[in-house]
Structures are given as C-alpha cells and as structure tokens.
Design a protein around this ligand. Structure first.
Ligand code: FAD
Length: 294
C-alpha cells in the first residue's frame, strides 16, 4: 500500500531504523528490533541508506523483511549520491519484486573525505523523484526530507522552502522533517511551507536524545536549536546515564504530546534501533497515542 493512502485516512506513527554495519548484527536487528517495533503498531518503518551506497543491499533486504513479517509498510530510503539511472532502474525492479511501493528520495550526505564522483545522473532529491515517476508511472510513492531550521547549505529559509516546493512539484507525496527539539521552530516552518503552497503532509521527525555527546553531535550535524531547559539538564547530568535517559524520555514524551496537541499529520521517530527505549516512550504516552493514531 502507498503511504499516501494511509495518510489520507489517519495520523501516522512511524519509526526510522538503519541497517547495522556488521553482517552478523543483521539477524538481531531483523528478528528483535523490527518485531519489537511492530508490536507498537507503526503505520510504516523507514530504512536508511548509507552514504555512497554501501548498505543499499541491506536497505532493500531489511525493507523486504518488514514487508513480509510485519503489519507496517516499509519506506526504503534511496539517495542521489553515487546513483546512476541504471542503478535506480535495478533497485526499482528489486523493490517491485518485494512488493515495496514507498521510497524516500534523498540527495544524501556528501562524504567529507570523498574521492569518488558523487553526483552522476541526479543532483537533487527532486531529480531522483522525477526520474522514478517518469520511468515508472504509478508504481511508487516518493517522499522527501524537509528542514524546519533550514538545510545547512541553503542560503535562506525562503530559498529552502521554494526548493521544497520543487520536491512537491516533482511528485513527492509527503515530507518528513529533520530532527528538531524546538517545536516552535517546527510550527513557524509549517506555516511558511503552507503559505508557499506546500499542501503535502509534513511529518515531524523526532529523535530521543539520552547521551551528552550525542546531543552535541546532532547540533553540529543539523544546526538545530536546543531549548535552554534541555541544555541545562544535559550540562547538569553530563555523566549520569540514568538521569539523562529519564530526561530524554520525559522531554521527548512532552515534545510529542505538544505536537499532537497541534494536530500534526503524524509522528516519525528516529529510533536509532533502540527498540527498548522506543517501547518505553510509546508506553509513556499510550492513552493519548492510542487515541491519536487509531
Ligand atoms: P535536496 O533536496 O537535494 O536539498 C539539498 C540542498 O539543495 C538544500 O539546500 C536545498 O534547498 C537545495 N535544493 C533542493 N532541491 C533543489 C533544486 N531542485 N534546485 C536547487 N537547489 C535545490 N542521508 C543519507 O545518506 N541516507 C539516508 O537514508 C538519509 N535519510 C534521511 C531522512 C530524513 C528524514 C532526513 C531529513 C535526512 C536524511 N538523510 C539521509 C540526510 C540527507 O541526505 C541530507 O540532509 C542531505 O544533505 C540533503 O538531502 P535532501 O534530500 O534534503 O537534498
């Protein structure tokens, strides 16, 4: 089923997972993490695709596993980085054979130490989506990424939102945001996107953070704003794992409840494959969540 059909009927709950780097970890991820997540009744589970294509076969294999063994729809990520038209054709064949109809089309992160050609046939996510829709009309839903606090390379928020409109015009059916901790930044972005004519659902992407170094890394990568109360708690309990987990759980629970109160299109959780923590999180808000995602 295409995820747009689900979004037309209800608010969605979804999780992102990533393929493990080591082959021997794959079994645990597939058997345990995905099964634990399926028990939380997500509408879809997205599977990331590593830079320079080195985990593409894992992405397709894990998405196929989700399709066969869970109630959730898989959303396979796919990037322009190092992708040719031939490669896209061949992956689309594999996805079709596995009954997978949903692709998150992305440009991909440019590796810092890159020595190989990165962009061949596609420069932007919108080029990739356009090619998939033109070469296989009606076969796939494409979705894309958006940035409530602006993509780091965009000159301005206005320019970034005009580029987001290009993604919608290229046929993308919905957008998932980059992680953020400041809900007000998301609400401002949502209003600006709607004003610019972006009508597709925009699903906030939330990453629970429970580790001091992880918070700093995320700020560096995304440039996201961190509310003072979260910063203060993290500074105060820097070396206390238990306290940081408790703070992460409560902060993320409240962040999601606030988004739900603003009637957002869905909630996407960057799980980092931590199914135990995600289970605790959903359990923490279970009465509201059960009602919202039903
Ligand atoms: P684009 O849409 O191409 O945007 C990149 C920049 O170009 C922006 O500044 C934008 O304003 C501008 N732009 C966009 N379209 C045009 C256009 N038509 N003409 C001119 N300028 C344009 N990375 C991975 O490697 N693997 C993953 O699995 C992965 N999953 C992700 C999932 C989500 C939900 C998000 C938010 C990000 C993910 N990323 C992933 C990271 C992503 O690849 C990077 O953020 C990357 O830097 C930009 O990707 P994009 O698809 O937004 O690129």
């Amino acid at each position: 089923m295409k995820i747009s059909e689900i979004l037309a009927q209800k608010k969605t709950l979804s999780f992102e997972i990533f393929p493990p780097k080591r082959e021997d970890e794959k079994f645990t991820l597939i058997e345990k993490t995905i099964a634990a997540m399926d028990a939380l009744n997500p509408d879809f589970i997205s599977v990331t695709y590593g830079a320079l294509g080195n985990t593409l076969s894992n992405t397709v294999a894990i998405a196929s596993h989700i399709k066969k063994n869970t109630k959730a729809e898989p959303l396979a990520h796919f990037t322009c980085v190092a992708s040719t038209k031939e490669k896209v054709d061949s992956i689309c064949n594999e996805l079709s054979e596995a009954g997978i109809e949903n692709i998150l089309t992305l440009r991909g992160d440019i590796p810092k130490d890159n020595t190989q050609p990165i962009f061949t046939d596609f420069k932007h996510a919108s080029d990739l989506a356009e090619y998939i829709h033109t070469s296989r009309p009606g076969s796939f839903l494409t979705a894309g990424a958006c940035y409530p606090e602006k993509h780091p390379e965009a000159f301005s928020m206005r320019e970034d939102i005009l580029n987001l409109k290009k993604k919608q015009d290229a046929g993308m059916s919905f957008f998932t945001t980059q992680l953020f901790f400041d809900n007000d930044a998301f609400y401002q972005f949502l209003l600006a996107a709607r004003t610019a004519g972006i009508t597709a659902p925009i699903i906030p992407g939330i990453m629970p953070v429970t580790n001091y170094n992880q918070l700093d890394r995320l700020i560096q990568i995304t440039g996201c704003n961190v509310p003072l109360k979260l910063r203060n708690y993290f500074d105060k309990y820097k070396d206390d794992k238990t306290a940081l987990e408790e703070i992460g759980l409560i902060f993320t629970s409240y962040q999601i409840l606030d988004l739900i109160a603003h009637d957002v299109d869905g909630i996407h959780i960057y799980s980092m494959n931590k199914s135990n923590f995600i289970t605790k999180l959903i359990d923490n808000i279970k009465y509201v969540a059960t009602e919202y995602f039903k």
